[in-house]
Design a protein around this ligand. Structure first.
Ligand code: SDX
Length: 392
């Protein structure tokens, strides 16, 4: 409970916070959601059950899970007026720009969640946000490809519904591949929450002012978009495309070591995990399984990613800096194999992380609200007197 950092005895920051949602041990590579190891949840649970766990702190009974799923299903459609926001975007607008704008605009539609002291209103917001984010992301995908929006089908599970809304077209039947839906489900479990990462801290910071919760989530989406954070999965695929073939891996890694401007090993490194990211270990195995099922086990980019990992992990430069694959290194290869375009990778991350964002917002506002106010170390000029322009 001590402050996150202290510059001197008299100066402590106030940007640490207490939370009971997720625990990370960066050195041991441990990640627990409400005490449950993420690898056990990825193997035995479902994203919607993990969403319940992260929101409410306990695994649901069968009836509670059924009720939760039904509530999420009831909120999957978006107001017809919200759909018109998409008309204003240029066709080539990045889907994350559309998510940021449209989710923020939800605060103009919903006022029944403004009293955050009311647990029922917090629940309505959480269920509505978790339910609508896939519909909004799928709409952004359809806008980009100039296809008609597809309404959610509430007889489908969460991930199957997302694939349906993205890939169905009115002209022909579309059958969701259950393996593809399960592949997404596992990825979403692994991306659901991650303690005080930049986007979650942004949601808490914005939410601490008492702003509309949809506006707070929109600020989290904006933070996640950056290539140092959730945008890394998109940046990994662009990096693999630029490198080309496995024989070029050593040359690329040399540029990284020479710190060539703008050249980073995307998908590697983490501010907290300094040995390995437990999610990356699970995703690597998941990647091999999914690509094998899809008959793409010889995907050249998977081969290149494995070569990069092999060479980097045996190189002192990366070992000394404790740079290992993170959650974003292999996830993009799976998304691509599922037919999801690169510019939709970070929206996939946003869909999953919405669970963490709403849980952290709800946890924070259920306590007496205290506005976040990080402090700084002032590095500027000493106090000095004004000089009139004729004397400068
Ligand atoms: C996510 O916070 C979260 O939990 C985030 C996340 C979540 O679930 O919410 O886990 C999701 O955002 C994962 C991270 C995705 N980002 C990337 O993959 C982008 C590439 N990674 C880096 O930009 C970087 O590793 C960070 C931002 C992730 C972490 O940076 P750190 O820990 O602050 O490391 P640093 O910038 O202080 O660098 C330390 C050294 C430096 O070298 P020196 O100056 O000491 O010589 O390591 C080097 C850096 O140059 N370094 C890298 C590198 N990451 C750090 N060198 C090459 N490639 C990299 N990726």
């Amino acid at each position: 409970k001590e402050d996150v950092f202290t510059y001197d005895p008299g100066f402590t920051s106030t940007c640490s916070c207490e939370s009971a949602i997720t625990y990370i041990d960066g050195d041991a590579g441990v990640l627990l959601y409400r005490g449950y190891p993420v690898d056990q949840l990825a193997e035995h649970s479902s994203f919607i059950e993990v969403a319940y766990l992260i929101l409410y702190g306990e695994l649901p009974s069968p009836s509670a899970l059924e009720e939760f799923e039904a509530s999420i299903s009831r909120h999957t459609m978006i107001n017809e007026g919200v759909k018109r926001f998409f008309d204003g975007f240029y066709y080539d607008a990045h889907p994350m720009s559309m998510l940021t704008g449209v989710v923020g605009a939800l605060s103009a539609f919903y006022h029944d969640t403004s009293n955050s002291k009311d647990a029922k209103q917090r629940d309505i917001f959480a269920h509505r946000m978790i339910a609508k984010i896939p519909t909004i992301a799928a709409a952004a995908y359809k806008k980009y490809f100039g296809q008609p929006f597809m309404y959610p089908q509430n007889n489908l599970d969460y991930c199957s519904n997302l694939l349906h809304m993205m890939f169905s077209v009115p002209a022909e039947p579309y059958e969701v591949d259950p393996i593809a839906a399960k592949a997404l489900d596992v990825l979403f479990i692994l991306h659901a929450d991650h303690e005080q990462n930049a986007s979650t801290s942004t949601v808490r910071m914005a939410g601490s002012t008492g702003t509309n919760p949809y506006a707070a989530i929109s600020s989290g989406i904006a933070a996640l978009w950056g290539p140092a954070h959730g945008g890394a999965n998109e940046a990994v695929l662009k990096m693999l495309e630029e490198i080309g073939t496995p024989d070029k891996a050593p040359e690329f890694l040399q540029k990284v070591k020479d710190k060539v401007e703008g050249v980073r090993l995307m998908g590697f490194g983490h501010r907290v995990y300094k040995n390995f990211d437990p999610r990356a270990t699970i995703i690597r195995e998941h990647c091999h399984r999914v690509l094998k099922h899809l008959g793409k086990e010889n995907d050249p980019q998977l081969e290149l990613a494995m070569k990069l990992e092999e060479v980097a992990l045996s190189d002192d430069y990366f070992k000394e800096r404790k740079l290992y694959p993170n959650v974003d290194f292999y996830s993009g290869i799976i998304y691509k194999a599922l037919g999801i375009p690169v510019n939709m990778f970070t929206p996939m991350f946003a869909i999953a992380r919405t669970v963490g964002w709403v849980a952290h917002w709800s946890e924070m506002v259920s306590e007496p609200l205290k506005i976040a106010r990080p402090r700084q170390v002032y590095m500027g000029a000493d106090k000095r007197d004004y000089v009139t322009v004729d004397k400068r």
